[in-house]
Design a protein around this ligand. Structure first.
Ligand code: G4P
Length: 524
């Protein structure tokens, strides 16, 4: 790979923002995009007030319910870095989608509402990041409101998430009394209202304190912050780049996304420590370097009909190595089939542009006519790699599905096949009668499914709830159809692997007692 291409790889910073709904993920994303010049006006991403719905709110159902259902990708340049932000849906019913997106990033930013601390969804998403060992950066948001004590928030990170923390800056007051940030890392004070202090925004620290004659010294809140910082320097964790890189220590930044305070400092410091693209592991445990000459990548998301006017379908690819060039030939590892990648797209906050060239770390969108599946690897040349499988989740909720109008069987089957391939829902069939059963992790997935079947495939579906079930796969060689009953329904998944849907834990235990040699397996 040429020096210029290597430099291009090294400039990439690809990350996702995770949070519990309402912690401020959309607001901070928007501020970052404003700094990057990717949007010109606040409200573009969210658009609730301005009515400018942007990509992350593209679906009708999102508009109706005011939630972000699907992930999208935003790119901009800042400080000689090319930043790729992968958006993730906040609602927990779509956590499967978020988990897969987290497989495609090199770091995560965790936004926490400083009035609420670590909430349920943040905790779950954090666990996925930890599983991957990626660096996690924390932004304690909403400092313009009275929130929890900063020391308590740090303690909570350590107790609830069991991760060490290092405050990069420290709040000087909060809510109405917010004076600024004591920036430990940059050794400066960042003022919230510089106009109250001769207009200077940053005051450099001298030996850990501002010059003695500065007016801030008369401020009790400043002196309290200084005491906290001294305590942290004495008793807190040490700053360690190695620990950050290994996901063992999270640098913590305070700020307020809404009033755009502390966000730029966060962005600049984050870009300094966030990792550049690293090697990716294949199924046979080989590492592929991002500088590898040949192109390779994997599909982490498929999204249909992003633009209702065109009814298109896009496969999102995380590039792991080599250079993507428009029109290049690639192989799809699963089928061995060769394709020409002529129709590709790159994502900005409010537009889509055709990509001509992209490198490891970048995300490209390929127009898909039904070739790709979630987790597919594509490669060029002699590389012949297959990347690790993306995690699949054991669904817990099930519905029987039929088309209301028997004349619509064709579009019913087409819609089912495509939405299943997209990973929007999981599909099972009963063994004998081949009835369709769909499984989901959250109820909203069903609603989106039903809505999309109607709007995109013109098929009204009838869904009969089957309630919660425990799905367990078994080895086909152990299978005997007489094992099936109404309390453990025998079905096959879309790869024809057999599994039982147990009515509850008791039914499962009863089964295991009766067939002790049959191993029951769950997905994640
Ligand atoms: P999310 O994507 O994580 O779900 O959160 P989002 O950014 O939509 O923010 C949730 C709410 O919190 C919004 O208010 C937003 O304006 C507010 N918010 C975000 N950051 C801050 C902050 O730093 N300080 C304060 N005080 N509020 C903040 P909303 O009224 O629910 O929505 P909207 O009507 O303003 O769009």
């Amino acid at each position: 790979m040429s020096q210029t291409q290597r430099e291009a790889v090294d400039s990439r910073r690809t990350f996702a923002i995770i949070s519990h709904p309402d912690a401020g993920k959309t607001t901070i994303t928007e501020q970052l995009l404003l700094f990057g010049g990717a949007i010109r006006q606040a409200g573009t991403v969210k658009g609730k007030k301005t009515g400018n719905f942007a990509k992350s709110d593209w679906m009708e159902i999102e508009k109706q319910r005011g939630i972000s259902v699907t992930s999208s990708v935003m790119q901009f340049d800042y400080d000689n870095k090319r930043v790729n932000i992968l958006d993730t849906p906040g609602h927990e019913d779509f956590s499967e989608d978020t988990y897969r997106t987290l497989m495609a990033v090199d770091a995560a930013v965790m936004v926490v509402d400083s009035g609420k601390g670590i909430e349920a969804q943040t905790k779950k998403l954090f666990q996925v990041c930890r599983m991957r060992g990626i660096p996690i950066f924390t932004f304690m948001n909403k400092l313009d409101r009275d929130g929890r004590e900063p020391l308590d928030l740090l303690a909570e990170l350590e107790e609830v998430l069991e991760i060490e923390s290092y405050p990069m800056n420290w709040p000087i007051g909060m809510g109405k009394g917010l004076e600024g940030l004591y920036d430990v890392y940059h050794q400066r004070v960042e003022l919230h209202r510089p106009e109250n202090y001769d207009g200077e925004r940053f005051i450099p620290l001298v030996e850990g304190d501002i010059p003695a004659d500065h007016r801030l010294h008369q401020d009790a809140v400043y002196n309290q912050a200084l005491e906290d910082v001294e305590l942290l320097v004495e008793a807190g964790n040490e700053f360690s780049e190695e620990k950050i890189a290994a996901g063992k220590l999270t640098p913590v930044f305070f700020g307020s996304a809404l009033t755009n305070f502390g966000v730029q400092t966060f962005l600049e410091t984050f870009l300094q420590f966030a990792p550049k693209p690293s090697s990716h592991v294949t199924k046979d445990e080989q590492e592929v370097s991002p500088y590898e000459e040949d192109f390779s990548g994997f599909v982490f998301k498929i999204q249909a009909n992003m633009n209702p006017a065109h009814r298109d379908r896009i496969a999102f690819i995380r590039i792991c190595s080599g250079t993507f060039e428009r029109g290049m030939d690639v192989f799809l590892e699963r089928t061995g089939k060769k394709f020409k990648l002529s129709n590709s797209t790159q994502f900005m906050a409010d537009t889509r542009e055709t990509v001509e060239e992209a490198v490891a770390g970048d995300i490209i969108g390929l127009y898909d006519t039904g070739n790709y599946q979630i987790g597919d690897t594509i490669y060029s040349g002699k590389l012949k790699v297959a990347y690790e499988e993306l995690p699949q989740f054991t669904p817990e909720l099930f519905m029987k599905v039929t088309a209301k109008n028997v004349m619509k069987q064709k579009s019913f089957h087409k819609g089912m096949a495509q939405l299943v391939q997209e990973g929007a829902i999981q599909l099972y069939k009963t063994i004998v009668t081949e009835d369709y059963i769909i499984g989901a992790v959250g109820q909203l997935q069903f609603e989106v499914f039903q809505h999309r079947m109607l709007n995109e495939y013109n098929t009204e579906v009838i869904m009969t709830p089957m309630g919660t079930k425990t799905a367990r796969w078994i080895d086909p060689k152990d299978l005997d159809e007489s094992m099936s009953s109404s309390r453990n329904i025998l079905v096959k998944d879309r790869f024809d692997n057999p599994l039982f849907l147990f009515e509850n834990q008791f039914a499962m235990r009863w089964f295991s007692d009766k067939y002790p040699d049959v191993e029951l397996k769950a997905l994640l």
